[in-house]
Design a protein around this ligand. Structure first.
Ligand code: BTN
Length: 246
């Protein structure tokens, strides 16, 4: 079953997410539209950071999904699905030690190869639609920004990739995972997600409003909050801003 996304590639824009948001406001988007920029000059990362991507070297694109089949409370399922699809794609590319780092990243070892940034629109207690921006490092060999730990496919495998082929392949994995989501296979998605989660059940150092502490990641709740068991054996629940990995 081939994916049914409708891909539009443009030469340059500041941010595909921003461009798509504008199109969404004017009601110009359809379910499955994909907008890819060859050169994204002002890519937005999590917490407003800059997402570095050298022109023509990586995948920087946004995907518009009609998500009315999901309840507002299930919004984190989308992060799970997209992270899992990027994971599936990288494993297919023969990359080892791939992990999903909560809440929005995909890592190879301790380095970040992909990130996502999602803008959701809600209607009552339903998720109406989502713009999901994905940055995946493919052919870039040098990273100049102060991002702590970027890595690309080419740095790992030492070959050049054709971006259009990689986009098609990644979208295929996204399509398969979205079908699971549409079928409400939450249990399967959750199990797959937890198995691939960076740091799960490993003793690590974190920081929260009380300071530094050691704990074990035990999972993610249905709202997408991270569950960490502290040394005291008590379970704590964190949203994105509540905890930092050290
Ligand atoms: C992160 O910081 O991990 C999220 C990075 C998301 C980057 C992508 S690239 C395509 C889309 N457009 C943007 O401006 N950001 C996202």
């Amino acid at each position: 079953m081939k994916h049914r996304f409708n891909i539009k590639t443009i030469a340059e824009t500041a941010s595909t997410n921003l461009l798509m948001k504008g199109l969404e406001k004017e009601d110009l988007l359809k379910n499955g539209d994909v907008l890819r920029a060859i050169n994204q000059t002002g890519g937005i990362g999590q917490t407003g950071n800059f997402w570095e991507s050298e022109a023509g070297k990586n995948l920087t694109f946004s995907l518009f999904l009609d998500t009315h089949f999901l309840a507002a409370a299930e919004v984190f399922q989308l992060n799970k699905v997209i992270s899992l699809a990027i994971y599936d794609y990288l494993v297919e590319m023969k990359i080892s030690d791939v992990k999903i780092k909560w809440p929005n990243d995909v890592y190879v070892g301790d380095k970040k190869i992909a990130g996502m940034l999602t803008h959701n629109s809600f209607l009552g207690d339903k998720l109406e639609n989502s713009i999901i921006g994905i940055g995946l490092n493919i052919n870039q060999l040098e990273f100049l920004s102060n991002a702590p730990n970027p890595v690309s496919l080419k740095q790992i495998i030492e070959r050049n990739y054709i971006l259009e082929e990689e986009l098609d392949s990644l979208l295929q994995f996204i399509y398969l995972r979205i079908i699971q989501l549409a079928k409400q296979e939450f249990q399967l998605l959750n199990n797959d997600y937890l198995k691939r989660l960076y740091g799960i059940n490993e003793k690590r150092e974190f920081k929260d409003e009380g300071g530094k502490f050691f704990g074990l990641i035990k999972g993610v709740d249905s709202y997408g909050r991270l569950l960490i068991e502290k040394d005291t054996k008590k379970l704590f629940t964190y949203d994105v801003k509540g905890v930092t990995f050290l």
